[in-house]
Design a binder for this molecule. Structure first.
Ligand code: CA
Length: 246
């Protein structure tokens, strides 16, 4: 596509600037916008908490000495509901000590006076870190979703919802039948004796013996095999035990 849809569509991120010194707030905002960020300024601490909720910034640049509510309190309040990166602007040594102590949940700080170049560099670094974290989270979630399904031929099992489908038709299994099936599916082709299955699937429950395993195997076969008397999926390995093959 030729042309641009305007700056808004390609913004480098939304930054909330909380600073009561008008000239400094304007300079920061001007430089952020020039570097492709979307910037919103706010001069009071109490308004900043509301702006953080309404504007939903990707990053907050937060001064400490503010009218209404100081930056420490603003940071603490925002942290109750958001993990947005917060860059604190400090002017005095005792402020630095409190920010560095991390008790308030800020991610980084800059000491006044600072250069605009330094501020932009920090902003970029913090936003990049946030993007990377988000990407990792999305990848981990996708992996988890994939891990939920166990498949073999036309049999599909969802370990999270405990749904079982055979050729896309739902199959009703009792809890222990489900546990036995998922266990064998996860260890496809591996042979397990009835005693071993009893330990691994049932655990050491008092009232069950290996007969329970064979009963569950037969029940499972009736539900997932085409012909339970000639099993194609859940095989008996004579004299050894059982295994899932298909
Ligand atoms: Ca101030």
């Amino acid at each position: 596509m030729i042309g641009s849809g305007g700056r808004g569509a390609e913004t480098g991120g939304k930054v909330l600037v909380v600073e009561d010194e008008f000239s400094l707030a304007s300079t920061i905002s001007y430089n952020l916008k020039r570097e492709g960020f979307d910037a919103h300024t706010c001069a009071r601490g109490d308004e900043a908490v509301k702006a953080a909720a309404d504007y939903v910034p990707d990053l907050i640049i937060l001064d400490i000495m503010l009218p209404g509510m100081d930056g420490f309190e603003v940071c603490r309040k925002i942290r109750r509901s958001s993990s947005v990166p917060i860059l604190m602007l400090t002017a005095r040594d005792e402020e630095i000590d409190r920010v560095v102590g991390l008790e308030i949940g800020a991610d980084d700080y800059l000491t006044k006076p600072f250069s605009m170049r330094e501020l932009i560099a920090r902003t970029r670094a913090m936003l990049r870190r946030r993007t990377l974290l988000r990407e990792e989270l999305v990848t981990a979630e996708a992996q988890e979703a994939r891990d939920e399904w166990l498949e073999s031929d036309d049999l599909r099992v969802n370990t999270a919802t405990r749904d079982v489908f055979l050729a896309d038709k739902p199959v009703r299994l009792r809890p222990k039948e489900f546990d036995l099936l998922t266990f064998l599916l996860k260890h496809k082709r591996q042979v397990f004796s009835a005693e071993r299955l009893l330990d691994l699937v049932w655990g050491y429950e008092a009232a069950v013996d290996t007969g329970t395993v064979s009963v569950h195997v037969s029940n499972l076969r009736r539900k997932i095999e085409r012909d339970a008397s000639r099993p194609q999926r859940l095989e008996t390995v004579r004299g050894v035990g059982y295994r899932f093959v298909r």
